[in-house]
Design a protein around this ligand. Structure first.
Ligand SMILES: [Zn+2]
Length: 255
């Protein structure tokens, strides 16, 4: 995996405009990871996918994130600047320091549990699973995701399907699937400065990074428009300028 260039970020934005969030995530990763097949990227656990997106976001827009959150008690809006490092749940020894998966076989995190008469083997959730549930209503989607993640289930040694697991066993399996891949569910501990309410705010790197790419792309296309009109330069030449030089030329045009 490597940082996205300015033209690549624009390509990602154009391809992602009419896409679903999980498709946007895969588009970003596949452009940044030409060494990995799209199928392998789709099988990365959601936590590993999100760790890679966090790394790409840091390379593209820096190590701090500006976050808005509403206090659930008094509705006061908090404006926060947090470091990317605060969102990294744990260091994963199977990944190299660039954040790239070291092999395709490293895409699944696996574990098992024994509860009552049941022994269940399960793996982490991935983007391929989510793609397979697009359009399903919540309960059906939840059942299908569980069936994807349960790789083997037995009751007193007899094979059973994920559908046959009792509700309390299924609930425990769902909890454990989340526990083996904590980066998939990132939450920020926040305290309201007005009413001192404390809460955990969910953070979704896919929607956050996409919103930033969208705002950035629309701004840079406006800049291309201004500079192309003023100087007659081609889009590729303007995009090749460093941000500093682009801003200086813009300020000259607009002076
Ligand atoms: Zn409050």
């Amino acid at each position: 995996m490597r940082p996205l260039s300015v033209p690549e970020l624009l390509t990602v934005w154009e391809r992602g405009l009419a896409a679903l969030p999980f498709e946007r995530a895969l588009t970003i990763l596949s452009v940044a990871s030409p060494e990995s097949s799209p199928a392998a990227l789709a099988r990365l656990s959601i936590g590993r996918r999100d760790a890679n997106l966090l790394q790409l976001r840091e390379w593209a827009f820096g190590s701090e994130l500006a976050i808005l959150a509403a206090c659930p008690s008094c509705r006061q809006t908090l404006e926060l600047t947090i470091p990317v490092s605060a969102l990294r749940v744990s260091l994963d020894p199977t990944r190299d320091p660039t954040g790239a998966p070291t092999s395709e076989s490293a895409s699944d995190l696996e574990d098992s549990l024994m509860l009552q008469d049941y022994e269940v083997h399960y793996r982490s959730l991935n983007t391929e699973d989510i793609a397979g549930c697009a359009g399903l209503e919540f309960a059906a989607g939840r059942r299908k995701l569980l069936a994807c993640c349960v790789t083997d289930a037995r009751c007193q040694g007899r094979p059973v399907s994920a559908e046959e697991l009792p509700e309390d066993v299924a609930r425990k399996v769902v909890e454990q699937i989340a526990a083996i891949d904590p980066q998939a569910d990132t939450r920020l501990d926040l305290t309201c400065p007005e009413c001192h309410q404390r809460w955990k705010e969910a953070f979704d790197i896919v929607s956050f990074f996409w919103a930033e790419i969208d705002a950035w792309a629309r701004r840079i296309l406006q800049e291309v428009n201004v500079l192309a009109r003023a100087y007659g330069w081609r889009e590729s030449d303007i995009l090749a300028l460093s941000p500093v030089r682009r801003q200086i030329y813009l300020s000259m045009v607009q002076a």
